[in-house]
Design a binder for this molecule. Structure first.
Ligand code: TYD
Ligand code: MG
Length: 456
């Protein structure tokens, strides 16, 4: 069939396709995200590729006929990453690692290569961003590498495909998808159609040859490269690197995972010789906590199955303008406004004329309602300029009538607090039953915000 060329408009944000330009994307409701791209229709590559899956003979099978091989998951040697992946790399899976430029994606994946190669796996690292020399320089900081790691600097996906077909590595890293291009697609590398076609080819390779492929994707708010959101639905697992690139701590969060839970996080610290795992995130989140400062309260949030102690900081001061300023970092802005309204109504505090800033220290984002009590106590502590005892930890959800409601997995949270040397826990009254056999830490049960505030 002859190839036909045409132009199509794509939304840079979500990949919505349209025959004409539009101001607002009907798919994701973003404005000004449409770009024009030339696409090749007919027997373009991608649609008529030879990387057939040997298992897709057009013959349906029953579940019981499908055999699972013994070692289904490969540990990547980095425990925090294994945890986010749900216990290791699943054979033949496509994993997207997204994040801002400079956050440490290449570093993390090179470290994964290092560990896997040391474990005897055949690994191929394809870089479209750095030269072999630059990779070598980075690798020199990370330590020893075995010869099971092969490097390739290439941006043409057809060549990469041939190499993969020939060498049959077990793990492939593509750094990054925005630099890869296919000759048949005339759009520039990084455009929606290139990114989507390239991922389609990688997907076929992964499933057909049972290779696990990591794809690096840059996230850009606007601009020339397509955000990896376009490919989120194509891959099996989506991991995002969060955190400030100027801060030392990085959080790896699972956003989508066909083979595991998505609420686990991995915590890393960037050091001069690569990313180091942080096995005790609570200690890290609480480091540098001020003593006897008003507006600082420690609470406990759950990240998947793991409790993490965090410090909530609030600063409440008299507003100089008609409309008071409210600002939050690391938590839900509307939730903080709601809590302040509850405090105003139920405790009679004059917060309406005050500016308020609420911050979760350590660069982590927590949306869980169990930190409500912590936020409320921090706000009141700052408002009254009275410090909360540093050995106290508070948790509980606050309802609109000022009641303190139950939180999940309270026992695990209290135990974590105890492990880190806290001596007193303020918890919801309804949790009495679950905590009756906890020893070695004082527990204060509260049923309403006013009871909790009396303790400040
Ligand atoms: P990089 O992995 O290149 O980020 P990305 O691939 O996500 O764009 O690395 C990001 C930063 O990490 C870079 O500014 C340098 C720093 N870095 C270290 O601090 N220590 C190290 O050992 C390495 C390799 C990098
Ligand atoms: Mg990089």
């Amino acid at each position: 069939m002859a190839k036909a060329k045409g132009t199509v408009f794509f939304c840079q944000n979500c990949g919505y396709e349209s025959a004409k330009w539009m101001g607002q994307c009907p798919g994701c409701r973003e404005w000004n995200t449409f770009v024009e791209e030339t696409v090749v229709t007919g027997t373009g590559k991608g649609s008529g590729r030879k990387t057939g899956n040997p298992h897709t003979a057009a013959e349906p099978e029953t579940l019981s006929d499908i055999s699972l091989s013994e070692e289904e998951r490969t540990s990547c040697g980095i425990r925090e990453l294994d945890r986010v992946l749900g216990g290791g790399i699943v054979e033949g899976s496509l994993i997207l690692v997204g994040g801002d430029p400079g956050i440490g994606k290449s570093t993390l994946l090179l470290q994964v290569c290092q560990r896997l190669a040391a474990a005897g796996k055949e690994v191929l690292y394809v870089s479209g961003e750095e030269s072999l020399r630059q990779i070598k320089l980075r690798a020199a900081r990370l330590g020893e590498f075995t010869d099971h790691l092969k490097l390739l600097c290439e941006t043409d996906l057809d060549t990469i495909e041939d190499v993969i077909q020939k060498k049959r590595p077990q793990i492939v890293i593509i750094d990054s998808i925005q630099t890869m291009s296919i000759a048949e697609v005339s759009a520039a590398p990084g455009s929606v159609s290139q990114v989507r076609e390239a991922t389609g080819i990688l997907l076929k390779l992964a499933k057909g040859l049972n290779i696990s492929i990591f794809i690096v994707g840059h996230v850009t708010k606007e601009g020339t490269v397509a955000g990896p959101r376009v490919l989120e639905h194509m891959v099996d697992t989506v991991l995002y690197f969060e955190g400030d690139r100027h801060a030392a701590y990085r959080i790896l969060r699972g956003v989508k995972n066909r083979f595991g839970s998505t609420n686990e996080i991995g915590v890393f610290e960037m050091e001069s010789d690569g990313l180091k795992e942080v096995t005790n995130p609570s200690r890290m989140m609480l480091s540098g906590r001020p003593e006897d400062a008003s507006g600082s309260v420690v609470t406990c949030a759950m990240e998947g199955t793991r409790p993490i102690l965090i410090e909530i900081q609030a600063l409440v001061c008299h507003s100089n303008f008609g409309i008071p300023r409210r600002q939050t970092t690391g938590t839900d802005f509307n939730r903080v406004n709601l809590l302040m309204a509850v405090l105003e109504k139920r405790l009679g505090l004059q917060l309406g004329s005050c500016d308020a800033y609420v911050n979760i220290a350590g660069g982590i984002k927590i949306m869980e309602p169990s930190i409500d009590l912590g936020i409320a106590m921090a706000v009141v502590s700052s408002f009254k300029n009275r410090a909360v005892d540093g050995s106290i930890i508070a948790m509980g959800e606050i309802g609109l009538s000022g009641e303190v409601r139950a939180v999940s997995m309270i026992k695990v949270r209290v135990q974590e607090a105890k492990k880190l040397g806290f001596t007193c826990c303020i918890v919801p009254g309804v949790c009495r039953e679950s905590l009756k056999d906890i020893e070695g830490i004082k527990i204060i049960y509260v049923d309403s915000v006013s009871e909790a505030m009396d303790l400040i």
